[in-house]
Ligand binder design. Structure first.
Ligand code: ADP
Ligand code: ZN
Length: 753
């Protein structure tokens, strides 16, 4: 008998293997060890293959690891759907659906991985061909040479600790990075958000119903009755729960979940980022006690492994987790909630590039479940579907207890510049409001979606900016605790000390321009020295438990002003926050991205929604250079419907999603010509096929033309149906196997840079 096996290799379709006569037949969902090239890998059995078509010299499986299905068959089905829809290998998707191996149960920390850049690979190759190089080779120390050799064989890179184990010191790696020959990245950079958090131990008695079931407001009650009716049908449907910020959606999720459990069905709840919303998760934990599993990226491998098996054994009724929890091995699912469905974190920005919200809908269809998509600012896709009647719509138009929405004030920064000069960061109305609010014992949150101190270093003589040697971006200046500052790349982590003179023309007139959160923090301290300020962004939150500690201190009133990136815009509920300031509403608008207006609208609406959630009235002050831009104007009015009407017109006119389906294809190369040629080849093959079913735009150099030392060419496919586009791409790539390592296919992309 022959079986199909999904192996974890990019783009590879299921492979056929022979099952030796004396071996048991692996069931669909069982793990098998199989030979692949010169290695052996663990794959997932998908079922028997058609024997007639198989060649005689098929390789045999080595070992069947499970007597039963390991991944539940319905999750295998879901993974295969994802693989097909997103044009990824089924094995890649299935490995996302499996728990990590028990062997690494000691738990991971953030690990730094270092890989060669394109330039580094060239140099390594030149060293290897011993003297055959045409250009003089750089003089590298012995340790750097060793690192180069070690890394040359592993394009995806090696963890820094592993290199250390091999006797390669950290500073040798650092030198390679500085020379632009290698780049560093962090993997699994999120840590256990619950470590040291007081909410961790909250456990209810699993046999007790929730003690503190709240009585719903009339609005909530009306929404609840509609949702229960849909749940009680026991069949698949999707509902958009469109409720303004502070309208009490979380309470509805809780009560609906209890209702599903009472009906003997299980519940899956997806949330954007648990680290940022510990309050929501502790509410769920308090409500469902031991029957709940909370999956977040900070769990150690061992904890993940144990939790996966607990769910798989049926010991869990409610799973709360971030996007990958959509593959949780839970059965009898009757309710799936996707909270803040518009949130960008549902999209995985590496293969398989799925959107957890969309996979949740497919899972709901397979399970016959009610899928609830909750948001105050639904994605265009979701609202479009609701408008066309594909989704039901349940609306909460008012805040709990009729608390008013924050009053919003726009400050035109052009006026501020005219009055106070071009270096103004905090406008006078904002400074006054901070002073006044804090004086009353209230709190403020200030948002700037850009971290660092200065966003560029510019030479006043030649106009050049300090750029990353590996990526086509300018370096951001960060200040360090000891006062020294460094210029750093936000894409590849390259960093250097800020030079005293221009690297191109040697003129000593370097100026730092643009500003990020670090600068805002400094500015508040300078203008309002009495205020207690803290900052929340990726730089300050590196340390384990840092976010819990800062949010805890803010909740306890030990901090007056919280400055941060979009991390502070999400889901928080701080009753004493009465002022929200947006330092620059325009940060996202300049991006060459058709979703720029949508993202700006969502961010502004969400952040303004953080003010006035307690009994006190709130106010939002929005600084902008474009007060007339519709996304800013309408966010200030919190008018989603008007925004949607405007934005959908633009998407239809420009033929962007959701008016059409979009696939983004990026090809990487050592030179731009190399990338462009390969992209043009691929496009030619696509056009030779089904050219009526879709349109191809490009290829052209990607907006981010160079990344981690590689050049990037890009093209788009646009069409009403996704299947012909995907099929054409997959078949074309089958003809060009050498491209597989250099191509990224992104179906329904969120970011097109
Ligand atoms: P949303 O998720 O819609 O922004 P939340 O679920 O955070 O809103 O609710 C806003 C606030 O209202 C929270 O402080 C919550 O505890 C409170 N709340 C929710 N439902 C009720 C209710 N029925 N009675 C009183 N307070 C409620
Ligand atoms: Zn870089």
């Amino acid at each position: 008998v022959n079986i199909l096996v999904a192996v974890p290799v990019p783009f590879l379709p299921p492979l056929t293997y022979r099952v030796p006569d004396d071996s048991p037949l692996p069931l669909r969902g069982a793990r098998v060890r199989v030979p692949l090239g010169t290695r052996t890998v663990v794959g997932c059995a998908l079922g028997t293959a058609d024997d007639a078509e198989s060649p005689a010299d098929l390789r045999a499986i080595i070992e069947t690891l499970d007597a039963e299905a390991f991944v539940p068959p319905h999750v295998v089905d879901l993974a295969l759907w994802v693989a097909e829809y997103y044009a990824a290998g089924p094995g890649e998707v299935l490995s996302a659906a499996m728990p990590p191996a028990r062997a690494s149960a000691r738990g991971f920390r953030t690990v730094e991985v270092v890989a060669l850049t394109a330039q580094g690979r060239d140099i390594a190759a030149a060293f290897e061909s011993a003297g055959g190089a045409t250009e003089p080779l750089p003089r590298l120390g012995k340790a750097q040479r060793e690192a180069l050799t070690a890394l040359a064989g592993v394009p995806t890179g090696l963890p820094v600790p592993l290199l250390k184990d091999r006797g390669i010191p950290a500073d040798a790696i650092q030198r390679l990075v500085r020379r632009g020959l290698a780049s560093k990245r962090r993997e699994r950079s999120e840590r256990d958000p619950f470590e040291g958090s007081p909410s961790r131990g909250i456990e209810g008695d699993p046999n007790e119903p929730r003690a503190d079931v709240r009585s719903l407001t009339p609005d909530q009650d009306a929404a609840m009755r509609q949702l229960k009716a849909l749940l009680d049908t026991g069949s698949f449907s999707v509902t958009l729960l469109h409720g303004v910020t502070g309208s009490g959606k979380t309470e509805l999720y809780l009560q609906l979940a209890s209702h599903a459990l009472a009906a003997g069905r299980r519940v899956l709840i997806l949330v954007p980022e648990i680290a940022l919303t510990p309050a929501v998760t502790s509410l769920f934990r308090a409500a469902f006690g031991e029957r709940i599993a909370i999956q977040h990226s900070g769990l150690s491998d061992g904890e993940r492994h144990d939790q996966w098996h607990r769910i798989r054994r049926g010991e869990v009724d409610v799973v709360v987790g971030t996007r990958s929890a959509v593959f949780a091995p839970i059965d009898r699912v009757g309710l799936i909630v996707v909270d803040e469905e518009h949130d960008g974190s549902y999209k995985q920005e590496e293969t398989p590039r799925y959107n957890g919200r969309d996979v949740a809908i497919v899972r709901g269809r397979q399970a016959g479940a009610l899928v609830v998509l909750g948001s105050a600012t639904p994605s265009l896709e979701t609202y479009h579907n609701a408008e066309r009647g594909r989704y039901q719509r349940v609306v909460l138009t008012r805040r709990i207890l009729d608390r008013p929405m924050a009053a919003t004030r726009i400050v035109n920064m052009r006026d501020e510049y005219a009055d106070a000069g071009p270096d103004v960061i905090l406008s006078r109305p904002l400074v006054e409001a901070m002073q006044q609010r804090v004086g009353l014992g209230e709190q403020a949150m200030l948002l700037l979606n850009r971290r660092g101190f200065a966003t560029a270093v510019v030479c006043r003589q030649c106009g050049g900016t300090l750029e990353c040697p590996n990526c086509s971006v300018s370096l951001t200046v960060h200040t360090r605790a000891h006062g020294a500052s460094r210029a750093q790349c936000h894409y590849c982590n390259y960093s250097m000390s800020v030079p005293k003179a221009c690297l191109d023309c040697a003129a000593p007139y370097l100026e730092q321009t643009g500003f990020g959160t670090e600068r805002v923090e400094e500015e508040i301290r300078r203008l309002l020295p009495g205020l207690r300020v803290a900052r929340v962004d990726r730089d300050t939150m590196q340390r384990k438990g840092a976010i819990q500690s800062v949010l805890g201190r803010f909740a306890a009133g030990e901090i007056d002003v919280l400055v941060g990136t979009q991390m502070i815009a999400k889901g928080h509920d701080f009753p004493r926050v009465t002022l929200v300031g947006v330092i620059s509403a325009d940060v996202g608008l300049g991006m060459a991205d058709f979703r720029a207006a949508e993202r700006t609208f969502q961010l502004l609406t969400q952040v303004a929604g953080r003010a006035g959630r307690g009994g006190l009235e709130g106010e939002a002050i929005i600084q902008t250079l474009f007060p007339e831009h519709y996304s800013i104007r309408l966010a200030c009015r919190q008018d989603y419907l008007a925004f949607y009407a405007e934005e959908i017109k633009y998407r239809r006119a420009m033929r962007y999603p959701p008016a059409v389906g979009l696939v983004n294809v990026v090809i990487r190369g050592r030179t731009l010509a190399d990338a462009m040629t390969a992209a043009a080849d691929l496009v030619a093959r696509l056009l030779a096929r089904d050219r009526a079913a879709f349109r191809v735009l490009g290829p052209a150099p990607a907006p981010l033309g160079r990344l981690r030392g590689e050049y990037r060419a890009q093209f788009f496919l646009k069409g009403v149906q996704r299947r012909p586009m995907r099929d054409a791409l997959v078949r074309a790539l089958e003809e060009m196997p050498e491209l597989r390592r250099r191509v990224t296919v992104d179906v329904d992309p969120l970011s097109v840079l």
